[in-house]
Ligand binder design. Structure first.
Ligand code: PLP
Length: 403
């Protein structure tokens, strides 16, 4: 194992907050982001998961005889939890081998007249194949929801992701680009659907001052500790404790509660988000340049596959997603790197059927490509705090492991 450092690098490139972001101000976050992204009006909710839940309930009200939701078998457990909380059933779709997109043939096999929605996912800021999901959905009369939780600012052919499907959602959770600790944004080009989403939110969501107070304190803690000198306490030490217990699921924070809270986002957090959002375009541009350089370096290592965007896609780069040749070499690389404070980690630990705590929610299906993705992947933070020297250290370990 590499020696542990005093400074701890974050596993994803979140936009760091400044103390001046905490000043009171106008709560223009939602309008500012819509202008920045060039989208129709956005709808703010208390999390990405809450945004998905509201979407599912809205669509199910339109098509009550359709109970199933098709999701990639390798995605965030919160997606499965939202489907359950909406009273719907999960249908898994296996991935393309060695890729984050759903497999085209598998997608056609699992979709039918019971399908309410298909959820293509812009995993790790990479631009997903939404067009294929749209063509399948059109044939059967289902909807497409773009999970862009990790992809705020990603574009395809110049437009924001989230607009090709019927609805898209972004996450403003800690560590996911722009953060107000927890938050989510909904997006649709269809004015009627936009009205129905707003209506569902108005009828379902209340002010819950206790939750908003908690999130405000958490956001203060995030502002204080989201820097290399603070992350050891907030991120590195809990990670290492969980790994010592052989509990990778809690190490990466995959152990979510089975019911998500629903409440309104307060004025102060929206003002903080508005202040920070002004720096987002330059931050994303910087990350993209850094990612391009580092992808080139990683591609020189034989045996490592780096996931990139399709033609026309220009994603965000919170981290670089890599596939190693097999699980044992991936695990050997992680044995050196995961606890080193260098920002190397894993995305989701398992394919959805392999989380014990989701056994009542996720059907036990054979999804070999999703399992393979979970077994061979690792992530390298694209935070600006990862220096060239840090990155070279990581590449050195990868070369020694794969070679
Ligand atoms: C984080 C995440 C979500 C949920 O977003 P929250 O804001 O954390 O509720 C959904 N899908 C994916 C792919 C995610 O990474």
């Amino acid at each position: 194992m590499l020696p542990r450092r005093r400074l701890e690098l974050p596993p994803t490139a979140g936009l760091p907050l400044r103390w001046s972001d905490l000043r009171p101000g106008r709560a223009t976050l939602v309008a500012d982001l819509a202008t920045q992204l060039g989208t129709p009006p956005l709808q703010l909710e208390c999390s990405g998961t809450a945004s998905l839940l509201i979407t599912l309930k809205t669509l199910h009200r339109r098509q009550p005889h359709r109970p199933t939701v098709v999701v990639p078998a390798y995605t965030c457990p919160l997606v499965a939890i939202a489907v359950r909380q909406a009273g719907l059933q999960l249908q898994l779709c296996d991935l393309r081998r060695g890729h984050y997109d759903m497999d085209a043939a598998a997608l056609r096999r699992v979709c039918d007249e019971r399908t309410l929605a298909i959820i293509p996912t812009h995993l790790g800021g990479r631009v997903a194949d939404v067009a294929d999901a749209v063509s399948v959905a059109r044939n059967i009369g289902a909807y497409v929801i773009e999970d862009a939780a990790q992809a705020l600012g990603a574009r395809r052919d110049g437009s924001s992701v989230g607009l090709l499907g019927d609805v898209g959602f972004f996450s403003l959770a800690a560590g996911k680009g722009l953060s107000i600790y927890e938050g989510g944004l909904l997006l649709t080009r269809d004015p009627l659907l936009r009205e129905q989403l707003a209506h569902m939110s108005a009828s379902l969501i209340c002010d819950r001052p206790g939750w908003e107070a908690r999130r405000s304190l958490e956001l203060l803690g995030y502002a204080a500790l989201y820097r290399p000198a603070g992350l050891r306490l907030a991120y590195g030490n809990p990670l290492r404790r969980a790994l010592r217990r052989h509990d990778p699921v809690s190490a990466v924070g995959d152990d979510f509660p089975l019911r998500i809270p629903l409440h309104r986002v307060g004025h102060w957090r929206r003002a903080i988000g508005a202040h920070a959002a002004a720096r987002l375009p330059a931050f994303i541009a910087h990350l993209s340049i850094q990612a391009r350089q580092r992808l080139r370096r990683l591609r020189q290592i034989d045996g490592i596959q780096v996931l990139d965007d399709p033609p026309g896609g220009s994603g965000t780069w919170p981290f670089l997603m890599l596939l190693l040749p097999d699980e044992s070499r991936r695990d050997r690389a992680l044995a050196q790197l995961w606890q080193a404070g260098l920002g190397v980690s894993r995305l989701f630990i398992h394919a959805l059927p392999d989380y014990d705590y989701l056994a009542d929610i996720v059907p036990p299906e054979a999804v070999p490509h999703a399992r393979d993705f979970a077994a061979r992947s690792l992530t390298v933070s694209n935070s600006p705090w990862v220096t060239e020297a840090d990155f070279e250290t990581i590449c050195g370990v990868l070369e020694a492991t794969v070679g």
